[in-house]
Design a binder for this molecule. Sequence first.
Ligand SMILES: Nc1ncnc2c1ncn2[C@@H]1O[C@H](COP(=O)(O)OP(=O)(O)O)[C@@H](O)[C@H]1O
Ligand SMILES: [Mg+2]
Length: 311
Amino acid sequence: MTLVNVQRLVKRFNSAAAVDRLTFAIEEGRCVALLGPNGAGKTTTLKMLAGLLAPTEGEVRFASNADKTAPGTLRPSADIRRFIGFLPQYPAFYNWMSGREYLIFSGRLARMPKKEAKLRTEEMLRTVGLEEAGNRRIGGYSGGMKQRLGIAQALIHRPKLLLLDEPVSALDPIGRREVLEMIRLIRKETTVLFSTHVLHDAEEMCDDILIMNKGRIAVAGTIADVRRQYSEPVIRVQAESPLDESVERWRDFAFVKEIESGRYEARLAVTDLEEARTRLWSDLGERGIPVVRFEAGRTTLEELFMKAVKA
Ligand SMILES: Nc1ncnc2c1ncn2[C@@H]1O[C@H](COP(=O)(O)OP(=O)(O)O)[C@@H](O)[C@H]1O
Ligand SMILES: [Mg+2]
């Protein structure tokens, strides 16, 4: 079932479009990565989804059975805050509060009755592994602990969709690990959309990716589909002597689409992998080039990502 449908969403600040006619859907139960370099429009998109920023144009529609009224239909979102949990990119905490107090406070803000807020707080402290630290002041928490508290805050009212804006970008390797493990648990129960500028996080955690660049979606789909659809045959060569002359010769081969080269290495996007493999290999042999590495394969997701965000 489609949980959220985003249609031609636009956000302009002054005149420039930070988000430019964005269209995508989020299916219930999926974990989706919103991937893109700084300035791509990720935060702006997430804020519009969270209802914190009004779109200039377009709309965000939520499945109305998110509140159990008419199953299946999508409607323009009135007050969607109940369905959404949001962890901002730069969350601000009251450092003088304890983690426990903060979660109860967040539950009350989400209009939970006091007793329920307290019960849910205990549950969330356990979920994010902060039960021991619950009575300590937030000011003394590590970065990873603060982020986990932020996730607990975002989940306190049992939202349908959890939005996390670069949840691991500011963390050290240990904090990253903690928070990624956390998301891995949460995604079993809640639909998650999180932004990142690190492809590896997306690959490791998600079912689907949306690659954004300059306010637009450059690539979208399941990770497996994207790999399949966008990967191209490629030959990588590395040698002990300079490859400049060879590269010049290779440019004339009909099966070569594009060459990127350094002095001792080259990467050739080709149309026919078999032909390229045979011809290039014998070319190198005939010229007696001391080959260190010769690889015939397909472009990686990393290469696709770099290409998508350079455009
Ligand atoms: N409040 C704002 N006023 C003006 N420009 C903004 C504002 N917020 C974001 N932008 C601009 O919109 C673009 C997208 O920003 P943002 O959504 O923060 O990208 P990301 O989160 O992918 O780094 C950037 O060029 C940024 O400078
Ligand atoms: Mg951002």
